[in-house]
Design a protein around this ligand. Sequence first.
Ligand code: CP
Length: 299
Amino acid sequence: MFNKKSRTHFIDFQNWSPDLLQNFFKIVDDLELLPKPTREGATGALLFFEPSTRTRISYETAMWREGMGPLLLDSVTGTSLEKGETLEDTIYNVAAMEPEVLVVRAGDEVDFKDLSEKINIPILCAGWGKQSHPSQALLDLYTLRQHFGRLQGLKLLVVGDVVHSRVVSSLLTLIEKTQIEVAFAAPKEFLPPHSSIKTFHSLSEGLQWSEAAMFLRVQLERHQQHFDKELFIKNFAWDDEKHFKILGDRKVILHPGPVNYGVELSAKAARSSQSLILQQVTNGVKVRRALLKYARGLI
Ligand code: CP
């Protein structure tokens, strides 16, 4: 399907052409029609050195559904990290047990590119510090494509803490391979420096322009400056009174999770019929199943 049936890393979208992306989404559509890989004793390692609910459990589910036994390391307690072993040594040692893939979430101190040059087992990035979260970007675009039946010309608003978001870094790289129109709604301190992307100075204006709005978690743990929460809420937080009217019944809202209720979104909005948030999670399993096939050279 991809002309290249060899095992491959999944760190970013450098080698992904627009055609490969379209083919990948068709595979996700038809996942249940493909033969299940059956290799006795196949395992996949999940090394999560940062917290996660959605990504970890969806990769774990995806492995079970792909006939692989997931091997999970997701805390320092009870591992040799407690004795001072480095993250790199941990990764090298687990790789030496020859799982079929290594799914890794780690901070900026781990160099995924360097690891992928040195380790001969496909590495799938499940979130890399401030830099990237490629499987999230894929599941976000897949969810939009599934809902709207197209990506071409779609107007996507990205709302909130853009500059601290690894989800946005990956999303913007992937959007370059599509014909989505993207805009931000964010205060100046949450915008990347020198951004040329269209920007709205209130959520209301941005929602009027968009067909879909992706809300981002305000990532207090990554902030180095004071965050004016009241001002952010005034201009960019979802307000049930104001924003349901603008949303109407054709526009949709998304969020990669976890949500800070009362800061980005209300619980009513997140659970409304216009919310695709749980559909994103459901699609995360399908997209990650297809990524496991891709990394193992099975598609
Ligand atoms: N969206 C996302 O990465 O969620 P988790 O941190 O729960 O995996």
